[in-house]
Design a protein around this ligand. Sequence first.
Ligand SMILES: NC(=O)c1ccc[n+]([C@@H]2O[C@H](COP(=O)([O-])OP(=O)(O)OC[C@H]3O[C@@H](n4cnc5c(N)ncnc54)[C@H](O)[C@@H]3O)[C@@H](O)[C@H]2O)c1
Length: 223
Amino acid sequence: MLASGAAVVLWDADAEKLAEAKAGLASRSGVTTHVVELTSEADVAAATESVMQTQKKIDILVNNAGITGGNATTWELAPEVWRRVIEVNLVAPYLVCRAVVPKMLARGYGRIVNIASVAGKEGNPNASHYSASKAGLIALTKSLGKELAGKGVLVNAVSPAAAKTAMFATMTQAHIDFMLSKIPMGRFLEVGEAAAMVAWLASEECSFTTGSVFDLSGGRATY
Ligand SMILES: NC(=O)c1ccc[n+]([C@@H]2O[C@H](COP(=O)([O-])OP(=O)(O)OC[C@H]3O[C@@H](n4cnc5c(N)ncnc54)[C@H](O)[C@@H]3O)[C@@H](O)[C@H]2O)c1
């Protein structure tokens, strides 16, 4: 995004991770950060207004924040953990779309990319909360894409298989091994591969595709 000339605003609940991300991008200008609890309507509204004041417009929204909620069978997962995963992975993207879409509609242009997961297509065992949240995010993408078709705002999702990120620390080794065993290419996704696909989906070149899901699963997805 930065290499393409975008001004990038990062929203995350974790101030330390934001500082780390900004430091990692220090060689490029154009990055600002906001501490935002994405499940909070008030936080999302305030952050959206702040971006509008400083940047004047929002061309691109990437709903990327997510949590795994750990791994256990459905009946062993605590209700508060199940609900929190749905809140962060599904309700938060809805709240952000609710705040940002009117800004895009006002200008008749926008690109929204939702980071779903192959788990949302297939349903991973020992991750029913995560899989259900990502299936919901895929359906949100399809509904919103249709609502905005013809209005210049395109909404798509990507469905990655596993990539070695901080998220791995919240999963069991057995689950990580299971995910790798399911990938025909026999390796994990590189984050740069995800970034390249997201950058294209967020560009003007993506002009006749909306409400769609793009595979990033090394051959795992069969639809
Ligand atoms: N890593 C994988 O294997 C994998 C596979 C498929 C999909 N994904 C998806 O990719 C996206 C990025 O994940 P990642 O692997 O980079 O994980 P990550 O843990 O490195 O990053 C997730 C970020 O979301 C932030 N966050 C969590 N809850 C939040 C909240 N309520 N408000 C604001 N910020 C919050 C965290 O602080 C963290 O910085 C997620 O949606 C994840 O579900 C990841």
